[in-house]
Design a binder for this molecule. Sequence first.
Ligand SMILES: [Zn+2]
Length: 273
Amino acid sequence: MNQLAGKLLRAAACCLLCAGPVALADQQPRIALIMDDIGFQSVMDEAVLALDERVAVAVIPNAPGARHLARRAGDQGREVLIHLPLSRAGPLDCDAPICPRQEWSPERMRKHLAWASDRVSGAIGLNNHQGSGFTADPQATRRLIEGLVLLNGERDQPLFVIDSRTTPATRLASSAREAGLGVAERQVFLDHDRDPDAIASAWARLLATARRDGQAIAIAHPHTETLEFLPDALAGLAAYGVELVPISALIETASATSRAVPDYRSATAPSAP
Ligand SMILES: [Zn+2]
């Protein structure tokens, strides 16, 4: 397919999917976009920092450029997340010090999260990198969230949680909600398939979801195909009546009458850092 034909096909797919009625008549549908896997200081990371500043970056704490890129994004006024590596299947897949172990106590989880937030300074929330095994483990996920509640108790601004939903069995968002934390969930992976037509279809699905539900969150990655697609797509949003907002605008917060935060300090004694 030549380039023009490809563009026309993608535009047509978008029109078809986005033609439904807007769910909330009094408010423009809103989307937020998170660029994951940032921190390796590649030319791709530079291209991400050239995107619209409402696009958030999720920085991998152990990446060599984590501190530098988090600071640069923050200087731009861009929202920064900790992109927290979690194991897909078990310790052999990803283990300490990069990934928390599933059996760690809440206090040990807190120490890990404190390390991550130090590496990604200025972060206002976190989302999971991989983690299908970890987030499907209710006990491990609860202890991770308990550790985050402990860390938040030491911070001026609590970190919120975005569940990347790498598995339908994830317990990350539900655990965070139960703990009274700010929460959001990813609806669309934009570039799971990097083919330009697949990216365009995923974008159309994102807009259709936002028009149906009032808002939608996408996660994308610093791939060449994605970074070629996004500038025009973001610039064209207004024509579809959809607004790009910072991720913090789409976070559900617990009501003022939400549950009291449990005292996790009485939990299992920490292991060595
Ligand atoms: Zn990732």
